[in-house]
Design a protein around this ligand. Structure first.
Ligand SMILES: Cc1ncc(COP(=O)(O)O)c(C=O)c1O
Length: 470
């Protein structure tokens, strides 16, 4: 029997809602009454009538002592943390606050496949990154993360560096050596901060790769909105019971809006209770449905396959489908146009779906039928695009640096066409979205190879790129 959890915040919102309050306060739609068309027709006024602000009894995210504090503490318990901070500005805000709290003006180990929000956090924290080279899969050029051996070597080479950032899992769901990296880092007394944007569900079933909070990490930031049934922007910062460094709380107050959305916070609370009460059962059913989907694709599709390598300790809720006939863009277009199925992203290798934590047989069947149709279409079509080797948009080695990130970010810049960029110094983050992982960051040298990668990934020589003025 799972514990009955209490919707502390939602109860208070419901109580207030029952009074049919007349709004003499923000927001200007006055509890949904003045919501403009066509939103009024589509939503009715109900949804917006819960779009409260800090009214009596509803607590205050920045100084929480009432229902929000209780709700966050319960969520911490559900996710196995000492403390939980609700985030209304996504994981971005949580990473910024964590890195500012733990690493301000200090050096920190940073793997090269971090999302741009980590670099933005480094800038805000005036932290000095020591980049860790990635393991890349030869066939697909996908980043596998950093190896424990690499980390060990770097800890020996930089004994003064006392912080480590990890990404768990990658966009494609790969966790690889991450647990060992946390164990090693903790043995050496490092603070471990984890971008677990895509791993909010990992804590809830033993057959999933481990959440790094459970492996001993200190500050773990999760985009609940990405994989749990939570509204967009709803994320959480989980603090380990053993963390004794500076609190990220004051930094969150600095960074987040003073008007946090109660819709998002209520959805965070409901999402956490759902995970605490129901998710284990749903995840167990989902795993059956997902692995049966893998088998059916392997048995019946002639041109498609699921990327699945047990050594990479992948998250099954990321379904990454590769084709030997079509590019990811062509697969994506076919599914959108003919089946109204929108993937999370596509790249040279294939398409990536994020499956719901309650993946039913019916859901899996919808995906399977669409993939079968895609397979039949692909059998008749040999595309030139699929013959091209997958262009890696990740650095195999750490790029040469002219200026440290912090210095380069504030230096004078100009815009030039990509055709003239080789030999110049990047003045911007050079990335593709998704996945939002920079190939180069300000201060690093744009080589011919980087220009070629930009073109191979769909860019043109005429496009402008921001570089540092000489
Ligand atoms: C790996 C990773 N980290 C961090 C983020 C930022 O998360 P959020 O959009 O919740 O701010 C993203 C967003 O795509 C991401 O993919």
């Amino acid at each position: 029997m799972t514990k009955p959890y209490i919707p502390y915040l939602w109860q208070k919102m419901e109580q207030l809602h029952r009074q049919k309050p007349v709004s003499g306060h923000t927001p200007g739609h006055k509890n949904g009454i003045f919501l403009p068309e066509p939103l009024q027709s589509a939503w009715g006024s109900t949804f917006a009538s819960y779009d409260f602000t800090e009214l009596d009894g509803l607590d205050n995210l920045h100084f929480s002592t009432g229902c929000i504090a209780q709700s966050q503490q319960q969520a911490a318990e559900i996710f196995g943390a000492g403390q939980c901070f609700y985030l209304v500005n996504g994981t971005t805000a949580g990473l910024q606050a964590s890195i500012m709290a733990a690493c301000s003006n200090q050096s920190v180990f940073v793997p090269r496949h971090v999302h741009r929000s980590v670099y933005h956090s480094l800038l805000l924290a005036h932290a000095q990154p020591i980049y860790l080279p990635l393991e890349l899969d030869e066939a697909t050029s996908l980043p596998l993360g950093i190896s424990a051996d690499t980390l060990k070597q770097y800890m020996e080479d930089y004994p003064d560096c006392k912080h480590l950032i990890l990404v768990n899992p990658t966009y494609q769901g790969i966790t690889a050596d991450n647990v060992r990296c946390v164990q090693l880092a903790k043995q050496h007394g490092l603070t471990v901060i984890v971008d677990e944007a895509h791993g909010s569900h990992l804590h809830f079933h033993d057959d999933l790769p481990q959440s790094l909070l459970d492996a001993g990490a200190d500050l773990v930031v999760q985009s609940w909105h990405k994989t749990l049934p939570v509204l967009t922007q709803g994320s959480a910062l989980l603090v380990s019971q053993d963390y004794s460094g500076p609190s990220p709380g004051p930094f969150l107050s600095l960074l987040q809006t003073t008007s946090p959305s109660y819709l998002i916070m209520a959805s965070l609370e409901a999402g956490s209770i759902y995970m605490g009460q129901e998710s284990q059962m749903h995840i167990a059913d989902s795993l059956q449905a997902i692995f049966s989907l893998h088998s059916r694709i392997a048995d019946t599709c002639q041109t498609l396959r699921v990327l699945w390598n047990p050594a990479w300790k992948q998250d099954p809720f990321k379904l990454y489908v590769l084709s030997d006939r079509l590019s990811g863009a062509e697969m994506d277009e076919y599914l959108r146009v003919h089946h109204a199925i929108y993937s999370e992203m596509h790249d040279n290798n294939g398409i990536l779906f994020i499956l719901p934590v309650h993946t039913t047989e019916a859901w899996a069947e919808t995906i399977y039928q669409a993939l079968m149709a895609l397979d039949r279409y692909a059998q008749k079509k040999i595309s030139e695009a699929a013959d091209k080797p997958a262009a890696s948009f990740y650095c195999r080695k750490i790029p040469d640096q002219c200026y440290p990130l912090q210095e380069a970010f504030y230096k004078e810049k100009e815009q030039i066409p990509w055709r003239n960029a080789a030999g110049r110094t990047a003045g911007q983050f050079i990335l593709r979205y998704p996945p939002g992982i920079p190939l180069l960051v300000p201060g690093e040298v744009i080589t011919r190879e980087i220009v070629q990668l930009w073109i191979a990934s769909g860019g043109t020589k005429e496009e402008l790129v921001t570089v540092l003025t000489k």
